[in-house]
Design a protein around this ligand. Structure first.
Ligand SMILES: Nc1ncnc2c1ncn2[C@@H]1O[C@H](COP(=O)(O)OP(=O)(O)OP(=O)(O)O)[C@@H](O)[C@H]1O
Length: 321
């Protein structure tokens, strides 16, 4: 659905060069919510602007919905961008227009008129739960309501893909939760593919199916979240479940993404000649699954066999971590 291959973006300002994208490969499957997380300056905004070709990449290709955007002229791009909705951190609403007027704006540009336009605006406001605010002006809305208007406007042309540029960064945690829930509902109900950028791990945790961690213009790791979490050395797992660094070589960090660890651990001590001590850990709901990450000390004659058994059970096993 979104495919970017070996994307590079080099900015030149006076005598300085910044490689904002340094060979990024991105694959977002149809109907998934994909999050790119990274600190300020990692290259996230540049990536998003290159995906809808608001910015031309220095090299590499971008395909959205089967069409190669990087091969298109500016006028072809204007048409292709109807397939790509965009939501902004600071909402980007027109203050002189009502809520209905803001949502109607892209429809006006597309030449949708009269009753058809009014009907579509009504549908969109209902979709985002703002039917009663049609005549309000942006200044009369809360941040969360403004973002709902931004989302309704982004969906006006029935895009297949929604790009979200830090959509919840200007909102408080509770409002963030409700906007993320709305995005998740739209993803499920409309089959909307969502690519979002964020600096908040919580956003990744709450709605993403897949994620990439970005630093210095590169993806350090990427993939389906549950697969990433189970991978030894996963940066995502370390960020979502921070554990203390221990010197003990017998330490094992166990990550389970699909089954509770309790039965597995009691089974382990029953069937293998090992002792298991718990240092710490946490359990959380991620990508709709219960995920646990435990820091254990496993010792005994059958330690190696016990660790193999855990791996066979689909557990992520990190030794000496
Ligand atoms: N138009 C531009 N001209 C020159 N350099 C730029 C431009 N846009 C971004 N950069 C540089 O590219 C790098 C990546 O910036 P970018 O805004 O993509 O990062 P980001 O991860 O989105 O950060 P933030 O979360 O702070 O927006 C930075 O070093 C930035 O200074």
């Amino acid at each position: 659905m979104i495919e970017a291959t070996d994307l590079r973006k080099l900015y030149r300002i006076a005598d300085r060069e910044v490689l904002a994208l340094d060979g990024v490969d991105l694959r977002v499957a149809p109907g998934e919510v994909y999050g790119v997380v990274g600190q300020s300056g990692a290259g996230k905004s540049t990536l998003l602007r290159c995906v809808n070709l608001l910015e031309r990449p220095t090299s590499g290709s971008v395909r959205v919905h089967g069409r190669e955007l990087t091969a298109m002229s500016e006028s072809e791009l204007r048409g292709a961008r109807r397939d790509i909705g965009m939501v902004h951190q600071h909402f980007a609403l027109l203050s002189s227009r009502t809520v209905a007027g803001n949502v109607a704006f892209p429809l006006e540009i597309m030449g949708v008129r009269g009753a058809q336009r009014r009907r579509r605006v009504g549908e969109l406001l209902e979709l985002v739960g703002l039917q009663d605010k049609a005549r309000a002006y942006p200044a009369q809305l809360s941040g969360g309501q403004k973002q709902r208007v931004g989302i309704a406007r982004a969906l006006a042309a029935r895009p297949a893909v929604l790009l979200s540029d830090e959509a919840t960064s200007a909102l408080d945690p509770e409002t963030t939760g409700s906007i993320l829930e709305l995005l998740r509902d739209l993803n499920r109900e409309l089959g909307l593919t969502i690519l979002l950028i964020t600096h908040e791990m919580d956003v990744i945790k709450q709605i993403c199916d897949s994620a990439a961690i970005m630093e210095d213009g590169r993806f350090l790791e990427q993939g389906p979240i549950l697969d990433l979490l189970a991978r030894p050395g996963s940066l995502l797992a370390r960020s979502l479940f921070p554990l203390p660094a221990l010197e003990d070589p017998d330490t094992v960090v166990l990550t389970h993404t699909r089954q509770p660890e309790t039965a597995v651990l009691s089974e382990l001590t029953r069937h293998f000649d090992v002792d298991v001590h718990m240092y710490g850990g946490a359990v959380d709901t991620i990508a709709g699954s219960t995920v646990g990450r435990l820091q254990l000390r496993i010792t005994g004659a059958a330690r190696a066999a016990a660790l193999d058994h855990l791996r066979e059970q689909g557990m992520g096993v990190e030794v000496g971590a």
